[in-house]
Design a protein around this ligand. Sequence first.
Ligand code: FES
Length: 372
Amino acid sequence: MTDNHIDQPESRVPARVIGTPSSNGPILSGDNRREAGAAFLADEDVHEVKGVPGVVYQDPASARRAERLVALLFTITFLAGAAFIAAYVAFQVGTIDKTAVSNYALGGTLSVALLSLASGITLWVRRIMPKYYLVQERHPMASDSATREYVKETFLEGANESGFVKHKLLRRTLLLAAAPLGLAPLVLLKDLGPLPGTSLRHTVWGAPTKDGKPRRLVVEGTGQPIRAADFNSPGGILSVVPEGYEEDLNALAKATLILLKFRPEEIKSGTNLNWTHDGIVAYSKICTHVGCPAALYEQTTHHILCPCHQSTFDAADGAKVIFGPAARPLPQLPIGIDGEGYLVAKSDFNVPVGPSFWERGDAEAEAREKKA
Ligand code: FES
């Protein structure tokens, strides 16, 4: 016994080798490999050996049953793939509930399609194609030309034996199954458009309400309107959204605010006093660096911190940038109160919210529009 061999009973051949075996062993090829493999076959395992040692052909009746099953699985793949596309069109996103329904529908149909396709292909290989019992010695990594030629022949032989040409039903149902899956990525391209144009300049704060009244500020999560007199403790902060758009993720992506309360003497010159009400100031919550929600607030320093890349804004001084990669202040929203004392938006932001590259792209789009 050498270091890398384990003694085994005679009946277990070839001996198992631990570690990298010698490269001096013989390379078995062609019929030799099959003959060596045939030695492992018990007689009862062999349904039909057509003059080729080591090759077992499938029982024809069982192969025909398998063929019908595989065709059924490919048909299911087709139906699930078509359902995926239909679900993409039918279930639109926009709110959290709608997005969840869309995700379930898309994930469910795609899972069924891929599972049935994989099952069909596995059954095709295991129950329809012939089985080979082969013994292959380990050999040097680089194959010689004879081996490469053999691999080529075996591949072509396998392609022929798979029956891709012969089994028309399987071939057609497989192609049918693959068609919707192939088209699915094209359908998803729809999510890349349309181009934003000048839409990034505006938020729903500037959109008219149904009754023509100014739009109220409501607390994020509860939808509760905010009475200015109730928001009366300096240092307080609230996350706020526009009334009527509490569930609209597209609108909230640009319109979410932070609302802060100051003592009059705390407010500095950078803050537009005409856009405040009784020391209450509203800023966009969307960081002007790359758009994270900037809502960490340090009451004693009046610093608003964005957790993504540590941009820091001075809330008492017009939310000017005092640290970090953001290039401009958080936009301030003009606010006031309605007849019942609730906080409302007096107009939209006067600059685009969010990352500065939006502003640049938006300005270019606007220039193009003016030119046209
Ligand atoms: S997104 Fe706010 S600092 Fe980068």
